[in-house]
Design a protein around this ligand. Structure first.
Ligand SMILES: NC(=O)c1ccc[n+]([C@@H]2O[C@H](COP(=O)([O-])OP(=O)(O)OC[C@H]3O[C@@H](n4cnc5c(N)ncnc54)[C@H](OP(=O)(O)O)[C@@H]3O)[C@@H](O)[C@H]2O)c1
Length: 249
């Protein structure tokens, strides 16, 4: 099967491309450097020709509220024009658990991306994942004021990229659901405790303070804002196991 992976050089994209190639599929790994750009439209028509599946794993280079919204809207419009013209039969995209339950600029942009998917007419499956374990450092940095990291004690359930990619690949090979699949890591615990544990394990001296008023990327979060509310597919890699693997690399 011919599969186009947009963002095929990224964290999840590169792992997904490797899994699909191992499975014997013809995979185009799209990124601006390889001449496939969802913002300018460059290379999209050629990449999509005779492709059955398109997987969107691209991310905005800027997380500024306006830039990220423009990225996902423009990217979605260009992608669907090319996919519809080529007769792509399944569009898969990676989104985030709880984007419609918490208000921040990045989540608003992902909601806009999901709306375009639903309106595109291309059969689709949206995979909503919780935060990647690889993103814990970025979260700590975004919540830090000097040596203090303030985080709310809300439920948190991060997932490793090595769990996300095989699920995305399997979803892409299955029939479109025209709906959402939620995925999360195997362990749920208070947000502040997980980040504290991560920082301790990597020898980062910053102190994590439990602060019920602390926001997540500027948005207010409640007890279950960031975790799946219903049935979710769970990854197998615990935070301990992920850290063990990271140390041995
Ligand atoms: N971080 C999280 O915790 C989390 C949780 C759930 C879902 N997600 C979603 O998961 C998806 C993948 O995230 P990631 O961390 O794997 O991303 P990433 O590592 O930042 O990779 C982004 C990819 O997008 C490509 N890209 C950027 N601009 C592009 C353009 N104009 N046209 C085509 N490709 C472009 C990049 O190419 P270059 O290599 O050339 O830059 C790269 O391959 C995102 O949609 C994100 O919203 C993230």
């Amino acid at each position: 099967m011919k599969i186009v992976v947009i963002g095929g050089t990224g964290l999840i994209g590169s792992k997904t491309v490797a899994i699909l190639r191992q499975g014997g599929h013809e995979v185009v790994a799209g990124s601006p450097e390889s001449g496939i750009n969802t913002i300018t439209g460059e290379g999209l028509k050629e990449a999509m020709a005779s492709a059955q599946v398109a997987i969107d794993l691209a991310n905005s280079p800027s997380f500024d509220d306006k830039a990220v919204l423009e990225f996902f809207e423009t990217s979605g419009r260009n992608l669907f024009a090319a996919e519809a013209a080529a007769g792509v039969r399944h569009h898969v995209a990676l989104s985030i658990v709880g984007i419609d339950r918490t208000d921040n600029g990045y989540f608003r942009a992902k909601v806009a991306q999901e709306k375009l998917i639903g309106a595109s007419g291309v059969p689709y499956t949206i995979v909503r994942a919780t935060q990647f374990m690889e993103f814990l450092g970025g979260i700590a940095d975004s919540s830090a004021d000097g040596n203090i990291v303030r985080l709310p004690p809300v439920q948190f359930q991060p997932i490793a990229a090595d769990d996300v990619a095989p699920i995305v690949a399997a979803v892409a090979l299955a029939a479109p659901r025209n709906g959402i699949v939620e995925i999360a890591g195997p362990e749920r615990a208070p947000f502040n405790e997980i980040v504290a544990c991560y920082l301790k394990a990597i020898g980062d001296p910053r102190e994590v303070v439990r602060d019920p008023e602390a926001r997540y990327w500027g948005g207010q979060v409640e007890e279950h804002s960031l975790v799946p509310l219903g049935e979710a597919h769970l990854g197998r890699i615990s935070l301990d196991e992920w850290q063990r693997r990271a140390r041995s690399r």
